[in-house]
Design a protein around this ligand. Sequence first.
Ligand code: UDP
Ligand code: MG
Length: 325
Amino acid sequence: MPDSRPGQFLLSVVVPMYNEESGIGIFFDTIEPILEQVTSNYEIICVNDGSADSTVELLKQNHLRNPRIRLINLSRNFGKELATTAGLDHASGDAIVLIDADLQDPPELIPDMVDRWMDGYDMVGAIRSDRSSDSFGKRVSANLFYRIIGKLSETPLPANAGDFRLMDKRVVAALKRLPERTRFMKGLFAWLGFRQTMLYFSRQPRAAGSSKWAFWKLWNFALEGIFSFSTFPLRIWTYMGMITAFFAMCYMFFLIFRTLIIGVDVPGYASVLVTILFFSGLNMVGLGIIGEYLGRVFIEVKQRPLYLVQERVGFDEEKSDGGQP
Ligand code: UDP
Ligand code: MG
Protein backbone atom coordinates (compact mmCIF):
# COMPACT_ATOMS: atom_id res chain seq x y z
CA MET A 1 0.00 0.00 0.00
CA PRO A 2 1.74 3.22 -1.10
CA ASP A 3 1.94 5.98 1.44
CA SER A 4 0.19 9.20 0.65
CA ARG A 5 2.56 12.03 -0.14
CA PRO A 6 1.97 15.57 1.07
CA GLY A 7 0.29 17.87 -1.44
CA GLN A 8 2.78 20.60 -0.63
CA PHE A 9 6.28 19.26 -0.32
CA LEU A 10 9.82 20.52 -0.15
CA LEU A 11 12.25 19.06 -2.67
CA SER A 12 15.90 19.14 -1.62
CA VAL A 13 18.67 18.65 -4.17
CA VAL A 14 22.09 17.79 -2.78
CA VAL A 15 25.13 18.47 -4.99
CA PRO A 16 28.72 17.75 -3.98
CA MET A 17 31.11 20.11 -5.75
CA TYR A 18 34.84 19.89 -6.06
CA ASN A 19 36.56 22.33 -8.42
CA GLU A 20 33.47 22.75 -10.55
CA GLU A 21 33.83 26.46 -11.41
CA SER A 22 33.60 25.83 -15.14
CA GLY A 23 30.36 23.90 -14.84
CA ILE A 24 28.38 25.74 -12.19
CA GLY A 25 26.69 28.24 -14.52
CA ILE A 26 25.37 25.66 -16.92
CA PHE A 27 24.41 23.37 -14.04
CA PHE A 28 22.09 25.94 -12.45
CA ASP A 29 20.80 27.09 -15.84
CA THR A 30 19.74 23.53 -16.54
CA ILE A 31 18.42 22.39 -13.21
CA GLU A 32 16.50 25.44 -11.99
CA PRO A 33 13.80 25.46 -14.72
CA ILE A 34 13.33 21.73 -14.26
CA LEU A 35 12.86 22.06 -10.52
CA GLU A 36 10.52 25.05 -10.99
CA GLN A 37 8.41 22.84 -13.16
CA VAL A 38 8.14 20.21 -10.39
CA THR A 39 7.57 22.57 -7.46
CA SER A 40 8.37 26.14 -6.55
CA ASN A 41 9.30 24.85 -3.13
CA TYR A 42 12.78 23.47 -3.59
CA GLU A 43 16.27 23.96 -2.23
CA ILE A 44 19.60 23.22 -3.86
CA ILE A 45 22.19 22.36 -1.24
CA CYS A 46 25.65 22.71 -2.72
CA VAL A 47 28.47 21.22 -0.70
CA ASN A 48 31.80 22.74 -1.56
CA ASP A 49 34.24 19.92 -0.91
CA GLY A 50 37.35 22.03 -0.38
CA SER A 51 37.64 23.31 -3.95
CA ALA A 52 40.82 25.12 -4.82
CA ASP A 53 39.16 27.22 -7.53
CA SER A 54 36.42 29.86 -7.38
CA THR A 55 33.58 27.40 -6.76
CA VAL A 56 32.71 29.00 -3.39
CA GLU A 57 32.58 32.54 -4.76
CA LEU A 58 30.39 31.43 -7.64
CA LEU A 59 28.07 29.59 -5.27
CA LYS A 60 27.74 32.69 -3.08
CA GLN A 61 26.87 34.78 -6.12
CA ASN A 62 24.28 32.25 -7.13
CA HIS A 63 22.82 32.24 -3.63
CA LEU A 64 22.31 36.01 -3.88
CA ARG A 65 20.60 35.55 -7.22
CA ASN A 66 18.43 32.67 -6.02
CA PRO A 67 18.19 32.20 -2.23
CA ARG A 68 16.98 28.64 -2.78
CA ILE A 69 20.59 27.82 -3.58
CA ARG A 70 22.33 27.12 -0.29
CA LEU A 71 25.95 26.47 0.42
CA ILE A 72 27.83 24.31 2.86
CA ASN A 73 31.51 25.01 2.76
CA LEU A 74 33.57 22.14 4.14
CA SER A 75 36.87 22.95 5.80
CA ARG A 76 38.86 20.87 3.29
CA ASN A 77 38.41 18.16 0.68
CA PHE A 78 36.70 15.21 2.37
CA GLY A 79 35.80 13.26 -0.77
CA LYS A 80 32.51 12.88 -2.54
CA GLU A 81 31.01 10.38 -0.13
CA LEU A 82 31.43 12.62 2.90
CA ALA A 83 30.46 15.76 1.00
CA THR A 84 27.25 13.99 0.09
CA THR A 85 26.73 13.00 3.72
CA ALA A 86 27.17 16.63 4.78
CA GLY A 87 24.56 17.69 2.24
CA LEU A 88 22.09 15.04 3.35
CA ASP A 89 22.52 16.09 6.98
CA HIS A 90 21.45 19.61 6.01
CA ALA A 91 18.61 18.70 3.69
CA SER A 92 15.19 19.18 5.19
CA GLY A 93 13.09 18.20 2.18
CA ASP A 94 10.31 15.62 2.07
CA ALA A 95 12.08 14.16 -0.93
CA ILE A 96 15.81 14.50 -1.45
CA VAL A 97 17.66 14.14 -4.75
CA LEU A 98 21.38 13.43 -4.98
CA ILE A 99 23.03 14.61 -8.16
CA ASP A 100 26.50 15.32 -9.56
CA ALA A 101 27.40 18.86 -10.52
CA ASP A 102 28.72 17.97 -13.97
CA LEU A 103 25.34 17.18 -15.58
CA GLN A 104 26.40 13.59 -16.19
CA ASP A 105 23.29 12.73 -14.23
CA PRO A 106 20.52 14.31 -16.31
CA PRO A 107 18.34 16.63 -14.18
CA GLU A 108 15.62 15.96 -16.77
CA LEU A 109 15.03 12.71 -14.89
CA ILE A 110 14.05 14.48 -11.66
CA PRO A 111 10.37 15.02 -12.56
CA ASP A 112 10.05 11.29 -13.33
CA MET A 113 11.72 10.48 -10.02
CA VAL A 114 9.28 12.72 -8.18
CA ASP A 115 6.40 11.00 -9.98
CA ARG A 116 7.62 7.61 -8.81
CA TRP A 117 7.99 8.98 -5.30
CA MET A 118 4.42 10.23 -5.51
CA ASP A 119 3.44 6.69 -6.49
CA GLY A 120 4.73 5.57 -3.12
CA TYR A 121 8.32 4.54 -3.76
CA ASP A 122 10.79 5.54 -1.06
CA MET A 123 13.89 5.41 -3.21
CA VAL A 124 14.13 5.97 -6.93
CA GLY A 125 17.54 5.07 -8.32
CA ALA A 126 18.91 5.75 -11.76
CA ILE A 127 20.74 3.12 -13.76
CA ARG A 128 23.22 4.08 -16.44
CA SER A 129 22.04 1.93 -19.29
CA ASP A 130 24.75 3.26 -21.55
CA ARG A 131 28.19 4.22 -20.35
CA SER A 132 29.63 4.89 -23.79
CA SER A 133 30.64 8.39 -22.69
CA ASP A 134 33.01 6.92 -20.10
CA SER A 135 36.48 5.87 -21.19
CA PHE A 136 37.09 2.25 -22.17
CA GLY A 137 39.26 1.62 -19.14
CA LYS A 138 36.67 3.01 -16.79
CA ARG A 139 33.91 0.90 -18.34
CA VAL A 140 35.91 -2.29 -18.09
CA SER A 141 37.02 -1.65 -14.52
CA ALA A 142 33.52 -0.63 -13.45
CA ASN A 143 32.17 -3.83 -14.97
CA LEU A 144 34.73 -5.95 -13.21
CA PHE A 145 34.07 -4.18 -9.94
CA TYR A 146 30.32 -4.78 -10.06
CA ARG A 147 30.93 -8.44 -10.91
CA ILE A 148 33.30 -8.99 -8.03
CA ILE A 149 31.28 -7.16 -5.45
CA GLY A 150 28.10 -8.81 -6.70
CA LYS A 151 29.65 -12.17 -5.85
CA LEU A 152 31.19 -11.11 -2.55
CA SER A 153 28.80 -8.76 -0.87
CA GLU A 154 25.98 -9.98 1.33
CA THR A 155 23.93 -6.99 0.16
CA PRO A 156 23.26 -7.17 -3.59
CA LEU A 157 24.53 -4.02 -5.24
CA PRO A 158 22.66 -2.92 -8.37
CA ALA A 159 25.19 -2.66 -11.20
CA ASN A 160 25.75 0.74 -12.79
CA ALA A 161 23.53 2.57 -10.33
CA GLY A 162 25.32 5.78 -9.49
CA ASP A 163 24.59 7.98 -6.55
CA PHE A 164 22.02 9.86 -8.63
CA ARG A 165 18.73 9.08 -6.89
CA LEU A 166 15.72 10.40 -5.08
CA MET A 167 15.06 9.41 -1.49
CA ASP A 168 12.15 9.93 0.81
CA LYS A 169 12.97 11.79 4.00
CA ARG A 170 12.54 8.66 6.07
CA VAL A 171 15.16 6.88 3.98
CA VAL A 172 17.54 9.75 4.63
CA ALA A 173 16.68 9.56 8.33
CA ALA A 174 17.56 5.86 8.24
CA LEU A 175 20.78 6.61 6.37
CA LYS A 176 21.80 9.09 9.04
CA ARG A 177 21.49 6.34 11.62
CA LEU A 178 24.28 4.39 9.95
CA PRO A 179 27.21 5.70 11.92
CA GLU A 180 30.13 4.24 9.99
CA ARG A 181 32.97 6.48 9.02
CA THR A 182 34.14 4.55 6.00
CA ARG A 183 31.21 5.44 3.81
CA PHE A 184 30.61 3.48 0.68
CA MET A 185 27.38 5.16 -0.34
CA LYS A 186 26.28 2.79 -3.08
CA GLY A 187 26.48 -0.09 -0.63
CA LEU A 188 24.71 1.82 2.12
CA PHE A 189 21.83 2.70 -0.21
CA ALA A 190 21.40 -0.95 -1.15
CA TRP A 191 21.64 -2.04 2.47
CA LEU A 192 18.82 0.30 3.52
CA GLY A 193 16.07 -1.49 1.65
CA PHE A 194 12.67 0.27 1.60
CA ARG A 195 10.53 0.38 -1.51
CA GLN A 196 13.03 0.94 -4.29
CA THR A 197 12.64 1.34 -8.00
CA MET A 198 14.95 2.22 -10.86
CA LEU A 199 14.88 4.51 -13.85
CA TYR A 200 17.19 4.14 -16.83
CA PHE A 201 19.22 6.81 -18.54
CA SER A 202 22.24 7.08 -20.73
CA ARG A 203 25.22 8.81 -19.21
CA GLN A 204 26.29 12.02 -20.86
CA PRO A 205 29.83 13.28 -21.12
CA ARG A 206 30.81 15.89 -18.55
CA ALA A 207 29.37 19.34 -19.33
CA ALA A 208 32.61 21.05 -18.27
CA GLY A 209 35.75 20.48 -16.24
CA SER A 210 37.38 17.11 -15.76
CA SER A 211 36.64 13.98 -13.78
CA LYS A 212 38.11 14.04 -10.27
CA TRP A 213 38.67 10.31 -10.16
CA ALA A 214 42.18 9.23 -10.83
CA PHE A 215 42.94 5.53 -11.17
CA TRP A 216 44.30 5.27 -7.66
CA LYS A 217 41.24 6.91 -6.14
CA LEU A 218 38.94 4.54 -8.01
CA TRP A 219 41.01 1.55 -6.93
CA ASN A 220 40.74 2.62 -3.29
CA PHE A 221 37.05 3.23 -3.78
CA ALA A 222 36.59 -0.31 -5.08
CA LEU A 223 38.53 -1.75 -2.13
CA GLU A 224 36.38 0.34 0.19
CA GLY A 225 33.29 -1.22 -1.32
CA ILE A 226 34.59 -4.75 -1.08
CA PHE A 227 36.01 -4.57 2.42
CA SER A 228 33.14 -2.56 3.86
CA PHE A 229 30.45 -4.82 2.51
CA SER A 230 31.93 -8.26 2.61
CA THR A 231 33.75 -10.47 5.07
CA PHE A 232 34.59 -12.92 2.29
CA PRO A 233 38.23 -11.82 2.02
CA LEU A 234 38.64 -12.81 5.68
CA ARG A 235 37.07 -16.17 5.06
CA ILE A 236 39.24 -16.89 2.02
CA TRP A 237 42.01 -17.75 4.44
CA THR A 238 40.18 -20.69 5.91
CA TYR A 239 39.96 -22.22 2.44
CA MET A 240 43.45 -21.19 1.39
CA GLY A 241 44.81 -22.75 4.57
CA MET A 242 42.88 -25.98 3.99
CA ILE A 243 43.96 -26.23 0.35
CA THR A 244 47.64 -25.57 1.01
CA ALA A 245 47.62 -27.98 3.96
CA PHE A 246 46.10 -30.62 1.70
CA PHE A 247 48.77 -30.16 -0.97
CA ALA A 248 51.47 -30.14 1.69
CA MET A 249 50.19 -33.53 2.91
CA CYS A 250 50.19 -34.95 -0.63
CA TYR A 251 53.72 -33.73 -1.13
CA MET A 252 54.76 -35.28 2.17
CA PHE A 253 53.42 -38.70 1.20
CA PHE A 254 55.11 -38.37 -2.17
CA LEU A 255 58.43 -37.64 -0.44
CA ILE A 256 58.05 -40.58 1.96
CA PHE A 257 57.35 -42.99 -0.87
CA ARG A 258 60.12 -41.65 -3.00
CA THR A 259 62.62 -42.00 -0.13
CA LEU A 260 61.43 -45.58 0.48
CA ILE A 261 61.84 -46.51 -3.17
CA ILE A 262 64.90 -44.65 -4.45
CA GLY A 263 66.39 -43.52 -1.15
CA VAL A 264 67.78 -40.07 -0.39
CA ASP A 265 69.42 -38.41 -3.39
CA VAL A 266 70.15 -34.72 -2.98
CA PRO A 267 68.88 -33.16 0.26
CA GLY A 268 65.65 -31.21 -0.54
CA TYR A 269 67.19 -27.81 -0.49
CA ALA A 270 65.06 -26.36 -3.31
CA SER A 271 61.75 -27.74 -2.09
CA VAL A 272 62.31 -26.38 1.43
CA LEU A 273 63.08 -22.97 0.06
CA VAL A 274 60.01 -23.00 -2.19
CA THR A 275 57.80 -24.05 0.69
CA ILE A 276 59.12 -21.33 2.97
CA LEU A 277 58.68 -18.66 0.33
CA PHE A 278 55.20 -19.85 -0.54
CA PHE A 279 53.98 -19.84 3.02
CA SER A 280 55.55 -16.52 3.93
CA GLY A 281 53.78 -15.10 0.88
CA LEU A 282 50.48 -16.48 2.09
CA ASN A 283 51.14 -15.12 5.56
CA MET A 284 51.81 -11.67 4.25
CA VAL A 285 48.69 -11.53 2.12
CA GLY A 286 46.66 -12.84 5.04
CA LEU A 287 48.10 -10.18 7.31
CA GLY A 288 47.34 -7.55 4.71
CA ILE A 289 43.71 -8.59 4.57
CA ILE A 290 43.41 -8.52 8.34
CA GLY A 291 45.07 -5.12 8.18
CA GLU A 292 42.35 -3.86 5.83
CA TYR A 293 39.69 -4.71 8.36
CA LEU A 294 41.75 -3.61 11.34
CA GLY A 295 42.31 -0.27 9.62
CA ARG A 296 38.58 0.18 9.31
CA VAL A 297 38.05 -0.73 12.95
CA PHE A 298 40.74 1.80 13.84
CA ILE A 299 39.01 4.53 11.88
CA GLU A 300 35.70 3.70 13.54
CA VAL A 301 37.00 3.69 17.12
CA LYS A 302 38.53 7.13 16.72
CA GLN A 303 34.97 8.44 16.52
CA ARG A 304 36.02 11.51 14.59
CA PRO A 305 33.34 13.65 13.03
CA LEU A 306 32.75 12.68 9.41
CA TYR A 307 33.38 16.17 8.09
CA LEU A 308 33.87 19.71 9.32
CA VAL A 309 31.86 22.66 8.15
CA GLN A 310 33.63 25.95 7.74
CA GLU A 311 30.62 28.04 6.84
CA ARG A 312 27.00 27.78 5.86
CA VAL A 313 25.17 30.16 3.57
CA GLY A 314 21.41 30.29 3.28
CA PHE A 315 20.42 28.12 6.22
CA ASP A 316 18.05 29.51 8.86
CA GLU A 317 19.39 28.18 12.10
CA GLU A 318 22.98 27.25 12.77
CA LYS A 319 23.15 23.50 12.82
CA SER A 320 25.68 21.62 14.91
CA ASP A 321 29.15 21.14 13.58
CA GLY A 322 30.64 17.86 12.59
CA GLY A 323 29.32 14.76 11.00
CA GLN A 324 27.04 13.25 13.58
CA PRO A 325 23.42 14.09 12.99
N1 UDP B 1 33.31 15.43 -6.03
C1 UDP B 1 33.44 15.88 -4.71
N2 UDP B 1 34.62 15.62 -4.03
C2 UDP B 1 35.65 14.93 -4.58
C3 UDP B 1 35.49 14.46 -5.92
C4 UDP B 1 34.32 14.72 -6.61
O1 UDP B 1 32.54 16.48 -4.16
O2 UDP B 1 36.67 14.74 -3.92
C5 UDP B 1 32.07 15.71 -6.78
C6 UDP B 1 32.26 16.39 -8.12
O3 UDP B 1 32.33 17.80 -7.98
C7 UDP B 1 31.03 15.95 -8.88
C8 UDP B 1 30.77 14.56 -8.33
O4 UDP B 1 31.45 14.49 -7.07
O5 UDP B 1 29.90 16.76 -8.61
C9 UDP B 1 31.25 13.48 -9.26
O6 UDP B 1 32.60 13.68 -9.57
P1 UDP B 1 33.21 13.32 -10.99
O7 UDP B 1 32.35 13.86 -12.07
O8 UDP B 1 34.63 13.75 -10.95
O9 UDP B 1 33.12 11.74 -10.97
P2 UDP B 1 32.75 10.77 -12.21
O10 UDP B 1 31.52 11.32 -12.85
O11 UDP B 1 33.93 10.80 -13.10
O12 UDP B 1 32.52 9.44 -11.55
MG1 MG C 1 31.16 13.10 -13.46
